[in-house]
Design a protein around this ligand. Structure first.
Ligand SMILES: NC(=O)c1ccc[n+]([C@@H]2O[C@H](COP(=O)([O-])OP(=O)(O)OC[C@H]3O[C@@H](n4cnc5c(N)ncnc54)[C@H](O)[C@@H]3O)[C@@H](O)[C@H]2O)c1
Length: 337
């Protein structure tokens, strides 16, 4: 086990939804943390406001190798936890160029620098979506990649690069593949905050097709606890699925949230399906549970209830983001013919 106070971690995408929760937990555990984030539309330092002065921040694009290399040489981190990515499937369907640039070239650039400076551990944050969709059963870590969207394909390509570095150069990398995360501070282009925002505002809630697609919901704090376990005790070269087992059809999730907020089901509006919409994701997470004794701690119903409360109490933050989303929503949520 590493001595936390002298084990500096460089976190890419630390101003994002999951990355910021990682920074909060890592700082609380006593790790020195350096955040590298481009602050795209999805990044927001407000997520880290409670940690002011307790981490080092660099606004930088991971694709800019020289700039990032300078940061590594100045900060001398021992580990990299790589969250930075373009992360939204719908946007990748509208335009995939940034996904290829950040998710593939950005990862390649980070791997190169990390190898040059002799990083001791590199944790790459992948996604359950790299496996593709599954009708029955669950994905195990050794299943072949079968990504379907431009987003998941860019993430899968990054996974293969990480694996190639581990295999070819004995580079000390590990990959984690979490399922759908939810919780506070999620940018409201993602399904859960969209539902919550629209329900609070008594607005129509767009649901793709008939809402029967299934996702496995994982609270960000459980996800990050798993990432920290992998960082501290995971086996180099290995991949770990992170799933809660809490599967839910989209339409059921909407009904749960409407129920919590006391809103009518009449708000549900079925819209044209997402092109190539993956039917179901489900992870077999035995490996991380057995090897690293990780278990999710947040019960699904409680996690959703807490999340709804958080958005209600932080409506201003949500509204400030939504201001920029109205025309985007019109592009992705098209009425059924
Ligand atoms: N959100 C989920 O449900 C989920 C599930 C599984 C895996 N993941 C993966 O977890 C990671 C984090 O996801 P998230 O939901 O927190 O994403 P997010 O979109 O909320 O945050 C991404 C962060 O990366 C930064 N970023 C983007 N491009 C960058 C670049 N070129 N250089 C530097 N920084 C850049 C953004 O500014 C932002 O702060 C991603 O790799 C994503 O693929 C997410």
């Amino acid at each position: 086990m590493v001595k936390r106070s002298s084990f500096k971690i460089l976190v890419t995408g630390g101003a994002g939804f999951i990355g910021s929760e990682f920074v909060r937990q890592a700082v609380a555990l006593g790790y020195p943390v350096v955040v590298v984030d481009k602050l795209t539309y999805a990044g927001d330092l407000a997520r880290l406001k409670t940690l002011k002065g307790r981490f080092t921040f660099y606004k930088a694009d991971i694709v800019h190798q020289r700039r990032v290399s300078d940061i590594f040489r100045r900060e001398r981190p021992l580990a990299v936890v790589h969250f930075a990515a373009e992360s939204h499937v719908d946007r990748s369907i509208l335009n995939d160029a940034e996904f290829v640039r950040t998710n593939i070239s950005g990862t390649q650039s980070l791997l190169t620098i990390s190898r040059q400076v002799g990083i001791e551990k590199f944790v790459h944050i992948s996604t359950d979506e790299v496996y593709g969709a599954i009708v029955r059963g669950k994905f195990k870590e050794d299943f072949p990649l079968g990504s379907n969207s431009p987003y998941s394909s860019s993430k899968g390509a990054a996974d293969l690069l990480v694996k190639a570095y581990a295999h070819t150069f004995k580079f000390p990398a590990m990959i984690v593949r979490p399922s759908n995360n939810y919780g506070a501070w999620q940018y409201p282009e993602k399904f859960m905050p969209v539902i919550i925002y629209k329900a609070i505002k008594h607005e129509k809630i767009p649901v793709y097709a008939k809402g029967l697609n299934v996702r496995e919901w994982l609270h960000i704090s459980d996800c990050v606890r798993a990432v920290l376990k992998v960082l501290e005790r995971g086996r180099v070269g290995e991949t770990y699925n992170i799933g809660s087992g809490d599967e839910c059809k989209n339409i059921e999730l909407v009904k749960i949230i409407l129920n919590i907020l006391g809103r009518s089901k009449d708000l549900i509006t079925f819209v044209e399906d997402r092109p190539g919409h993956d039917w179901r994701y489900a992870l077999d997470s035995k490996k991380i549970r057995e090897e690293l004794s990780w278990e999710p701690q947040i019960a699904f119903e409680q996690g959703i209830a807490d999340t709804v409360v958080w958005y209600r109490e932080n409506l201003k933050w949500l509204q400030n983001k939504v201001k920029f989303l109205e025309s985007y929503w019109q592009r992705v949520y098209r009425p059924c013919n």
